[in-house]
Ligand binder design. Sequence first.
Ligand SMILES: [Zn+2]
Length: 230
Amino acid sequence: MEAVPPHLIRIELSSVNVFLWTGPGGPTLIDTGYPWTFNKLLDELKAAGVQPADIQRIIITHADLDHIGGLKGLTTFSDAAIACHAVEASFITGKRPLPVRRSLAGRILQLGNKAVQGVYKPFVDEVQTLLLDKQKTPEGFTVVYLPGHSPGQIGLFHKDEGLLITGDALLNRNDHLSLPPSIFTPNKEQAIESLAKLRKLDFETACFGHGPCITSDAKAKILAFLETLS
Ligand SMILES: [Zn+2]
């Protein structure tokens, strides 16, 4: 667990990050890890002084299993409202399968996804709050719609705290900024286009779906990375 002052805690579960917002409107959980890291998530929440029943809202950046895996388990302990982008909701309830790349690798991935979903049954019955681009949340975040890796992926921008949470629109694995892996990104062109939106936001700190947060000069570092894509 890593504090990202003043109001965010990064909880690393296996290789994926969950964020606990402890500021106004919270506690709010952002993403939920894998199904098999659920017990560790509960332990980490407890260590942070938060009971699952205290959680006001669970915001999902996108519906990949490493981000929704703890969601169903949490609903048994918590009445927290689940929020995600309107486009992503049907993937979180399992009404539609997430799209994959149109390739042999994509089809193999889809079969793998189906098999894992059959074992872990990660879907929830309902998403209570459907978010749209630029919408404000009670925590003071502004929704940043960043499709590409997933059709309804969002980032969360907190102007007052100079904080950006990217979901998997950008990764920082091994302290190295990157796009999400192509195999898991059905629309890579759109994923790159989406990142142009980050140029308009002012933030000092950035946190990612995978890898450590960047706590100083994050915008300049991300802009430098975006230059390497063009
Ligand atoms: Zn991920």
